[in-house]
Design a protein around this ligand. Structure first.
Ligand SMILES: [Zn+2]
Length: 231
């Protein structure tokens, strides 16, 4: 959480019927538990993180370890999304080529978490544009917040299509591409608006019944959190 506003920093686990474990993002690094960084993000809020909030604890609470994850979908390399990538030793790390290449070349904001996303032992699967990762798991390129950001559309049997906007649309109040607020850390305003429109169009076209936003303090208490799940 970022406090005092209670802004969540989530990751998402998707489990397929053929036993693939797909993790979307890896959250803040363990070192922040006892050693919180200074104010974080465009609102300059404080990180509040307990041992049980860390991704290893969250996975353990449902009987999983990072080694059990087959795919780590990396939406982007900001530290609140990529702070534990190095733990996913058996996963294919799936990122947009454009994002990865910019980060490797020194794109400034990605360097803070570089030791995690650029660990030597990680195996990357770099994609370009909108790609079906597995049946029912679609990756949607949504540049703007950062170059090569990606969002995720998951088709669940009972819940129906669920859209994880991630930071392309961090709160429900920003779903209108024309009027939405642009945050200080959205690096390209026009692209951010275009990606917001793209996600709104997908939500309408696909009949999405649940749009989960990346950092929405109001939405967070209304969502199921692990060990609860959407089926
Ligand atoms: Zn974020």
């Amino acid at each position: 959480m970022l406090q005092p506003l209670g802004i969540p920093i989530p990751g998402y686990l998707i489990q397929t019927f053929d036993n693939h474990n797909v993790m979307v993002d890896s959250g803040l690094p363990h070192e922040f538990i006892n050693n919180p960084p200074g104010p974080l993000g465009p609102l300059q809020l404080q990180v509040e993180m307990r041992e049980e909030d860390h991704i290893v604890s969250r996975l353990a609470s449902i009987g999983l370890k990072p080694e059990d994850i087959n795919y780590l979908v990396s939406t982007h390399f900001d530290i609140d999304h990529a702070g534990n990538h190095e733990l996913f030793v058996n996963a294919e790390v799936v990122a947009q080529l454009e994002h990865y290449e910019a980060a490797i070349a020194g794109h400034a904001r990605s360097q803070r978490a570089r030791e995690f996303w650029n660990a030597d032992h990680l195996s990357y699967h770099l994609i370009e544009g909108d790609v079906t990762l597995l049946p029912g798991v679609e990756l949607i390129k949504t540049s703007g917040h950062v170059i090569g950001h990606q969002s995720v559309l998951v088709r669940l049997p009972n819940t129906g299509p669920v859209l994880l906007t991630i930071d392309a649309v961090p709160t429900a109040g920003m779903m209108d591409g024309d009027t939405r607020m642009i945050m200080d850390n959205d690096e390209d305003e026009a692209a951010t608006r275009a990606s917001t429109r793209k996600l709104a169009e997908i939500a309408a076209r696909e009949g999405v019944r649940l749009i989960i936003h990346g950092h929405d303090a109001e939405q967070w208490p209304t969502l199921k959190h692990s060990p609860e799940f959407y089926d």
